[in-house]
Design a protein around this ligand. Structure first.
Ligand code: ADP
Ligand code: GN1
Ligand code: MG
Length: 366
């Protein structure tokens, strides 16, 4: 995008300091993210064009983010933490709105850039995975007493019954004419359909409590400081009321994968039990005492559930002709599908060990 236009858009927000540059940043699959550098000692900012095909109600989403970040900020201040680094801060426009809508109808939002922070695409050490688990555990704890209404921004986001409705429709449509080519991969989804619906029933029947959760806890969505401590969770677009298991399962997909989410070499992909244990240790150190028995009993399976859901979502997007996720090459969604499936297989093989690890670690903190 033209930098002058980005400059003009950033100028609509209440920034301190003169804008020096606006450049693309990060590797998110959904939004377009830019860093706004300012002159001298003024803070820098993150400018984002929110994906309005994915998020149909950006004003409601920004209102959710404002409420949640204000709540967390109060907790950080009460605990003597640094509110400039330990929580995301939404910056309003000069008119006091949480977003700017441009002439093309695109929605833009700004947050304060947190300096000296690092984000990762993979966890290279168990220590980092443990800290990440602590970070998500802390995030959930900070929001445990949040009682304002939150908009359901992406209804059915981690509801596999809803995903099957999309899936059946995508197969029927076969929009990109790719369905026959992926018959084997479709079989991976179909053979597990009933098992996944049975798991989903736990939430539907109320056996699992609803909590305020992040819903997109991949490792890239958390900021660490240079010493490896977690600063805060970012990418709060999907904060909604859901089961706590989504955050655990989605995090394991990245923290405990020995390969990449889109690894072209499936042999590199698998679940690292060491990393699984480390993340679980960090998470349960913060959460074990507050979780219901049904949440603990199903923690390990949530990793299989969310990984399965991700296989389905990547494959569905491939079948649809790549309309949801950003792709870097033609078969990117198919490569992601196969790599995530490999991870799922590895989890299935190690499932008993995962359950035993959760039980052992939970017992320490209960
Ligand atoms: P997307 O929705 O596209 O995934 P994110 O909100 O996750 O976008 O941002 C993409 C990347 O930008 C993050 O992984 C992180 O590296 C960086 N980033 C985002 N917000 C901030 C922030 N407030 N401070 C510092 N870095 C940030
Ligand atoms: C998307 O926005 P980003 O890149 O953090 C997606 C997640 C997927 C993830 C796969 C709103 O996350 O659900 O798990 O890609 N976010 C949305 O990497 O769909
Ligand atoms: Mg992100």
């Amino acid at each position: 995008m033209d930098e002058n236009i980005l400059h003009e858009i950033a100028g609509r927000f209440r920034l301190t300091g003169r804008i020096a540059s606006v450049r693309p940043l990060g590797d998110g699959f959904i939004n377009d993210t830019f860093i706004v550098r300012t002159e001298a000692d003024a803070p820098d900012y993150i400018l984002q064009r929110k994906n309005r095909t994915v998020f149909v109600d950006v004003p409601a989403m920004m209102e959710n983010i404002r409420k949640v970040t204000e709540h967390i900020r109060r907790k950080v201040v009460a605990a003597g933490g640094d509110p400039l680094r330990e929580v995301l801060e939404v910056i309003p426009t000069h008119d006091g709105a949480l977003y700017h809508r441009d002439a093309q109808g695109e929605y833009w939002a700004v947050s304060r850039f947190i300096p000296d922070a690092v984000s990762y695409d993979r966890a290279d050490t168990p220590a980092l995975a443990c800290k990440g688990g602590e970070g998500i555990g802390k995030f959930q704890s900070q929001l445990a007493d949040f009682d304002e209404p939150l908009a359901d921004i992406l209804p059915g986001f981690h509801d596999i019954r809803f995903r099957f409705r999309q899936w059946d429709e995508a197969l029927r449509r076969d929009a990109a004419g790719r369905r026959d080519e992926v018959a084997e991969e479709i079989g991976w989804i179909e053979s597990r359909r009933e098992r996944m619906l049975a798991f989903r029933r736990l939430a539907e029947e109320g056996a699992l409590p609803l909590r305020v959760t992040h819903n997109d806890t991949k490792i890239a969505n958390i900021l660490f400081d240079r010493s490896g401590e977690v600063l805060c969770a970012i990418d709060l677009d999907t904060v909604m009321s859901a089961t706590s298991l989504n955050d655990f399962g989605d995090a394991i997909r990245s923290y405990a994968n020995t390969g990449d989410e889109d690894d072209r070499d499936p042999a590199r992909v698998g679940l690292s039990m060491e990393m699984f244990r480390a993340y679980t240790e960090g998470y349960l150190s913060q959460r074990a005492a507050q979780l219901a028995p049904a949440e603990l009993d199903n923690l390990a399976f949530s990793a299989l559930y969310i990984t399965y859901e991700q296989v389905l979502r990547f494959l569905m997007d491939y079948i649809d002709g790549d309309t949801y996720y950003k792709v870097k090459y033609e078969t990117h969604n198919l490569v992601r599908t196969r790599a995530q499936y490999r991870l799922l297989l590895s989890m299935e093989e190690q499932y008993d060990g995962m359950c035993a690890a959760v039980r052992e670690i939970a017992a320490k903190y209960r």
